[in-house]
Design a binder for this molecule. Structure first.
Ligand SMILES: [Zn+2]
Length: 261
């Protein structure tokens, strides 16, 4: 998932210069700093720990993970998750941020999770999926990023499988193509209740943002059943994003995944 942060450029620059003397070291420091994370080459996910010095990317509670159903802790649904999507919510804009296609939302849609309200801020996509279920990689993963008043993050992860056309994806993709760095205003209604997420089984666990700074303590809610979209819809999204814009599987370590049904 992708959340914008301010770059800590002046601080890093000072740190680099204060501990170096030769011209060579300074230029090396500058060169290093100019490396921005990506999904390929020398700034690909396996290098994020090195190039994003102040990030949590090397932490022990990282995302995504491979969810093994038989290892998940089953819990009969106790209404911990309440999805409150309103039919009149507006999408404000779509952006190609160079990592994904992201749709930003105006106030209106929210979820209630463990008695805290989280407001839907943005939706973006990964191709192929970041989370795996029983080792299976899906063609698409959609992340619905929600933030509470105190800044806590809950993300709904929806895996996408190829089949019939999806009206929702037709709507999203009616604003494509969009070139890297471009933003288009939308200001149109979107009804996410058409996803019918209420009462669907899901997995939950504590993880992180899947992009630098890989901040931990994200509540992950990954739905067990994939949503269906057409091959053409997958391809259209794919053609507007960097190739393979996913982070590889992270170790579970001491965490437990809960299966809500
Ligand atoms: Zn994401």
């Amino acid at each position: 998932m992708y959340v914008k942060i301010a770059l800590l450029l002046p601080l890093t620059l000072m740190a680099n210069m204060s501990c170096t003397n030769s011209k060579h070291d300074i230029s090396e420091g500058l060169r290093q700093h100019n490396l921005h994370w990506s999904y390929s080459g020398e700034t690909s996910p396996e290098h994020w720990i090195d190039i994003e010095k102040n990030s949590d990317c090397g932490g022990r509670h990282q995302s995504p993970i491979n969810i093994i159903h038989n290892n998940a802790n089953p819990a009969k649904n106790q209404n911990e998750l309440n999805i409150q999507y309103a039919p009149n919510t507006l999408i404000s804009k779509v952006e190609n941020n160079g990592h994904s296609i992201q749709f930003d939302f105006e106030a209106g849609d929210s979820i209630n999770y463990h008695n805290e309200t989280y407001h839907l801020k943005q939706i973006h996509f990964h191709e192929p999926s970041e989370h795996r279920i029983n080792g299976i990689i899906y063609p698409i993963e959609m992340h619905l990023v929600h933030v509470s008043k105190t800044g806590s993050i809950s993300v709904l992860g929806l895996l996408g499988e190829e089949g019939d056309e999806s009206q929702l994806f037709e709507f999203f993709e009616s604003f494509l193509p969009i070139k890297e760095g471009m933003i288009k205003d939308i200001h149109q209604k979107i009804d996410l209740s058409s996803l019918f997420l209420e009462d669907k089984p899901y997995y939950s666990y504590k993880g992180s943002l899947t992009t630098p700074p890989c901040t931990e303590n994200v509540n992950w809610i990954v739905f067990k059943e994939p949503i269906i979209l057409s091959v053409e819809e997958v391809l259209k999204l794919k053609n507007n994003m960097p190739i393979n814009n996913y982070r590889n599987e992270q170790p579970l370590n001491d965490r437990v995944v809960t299966y809500h049904f």
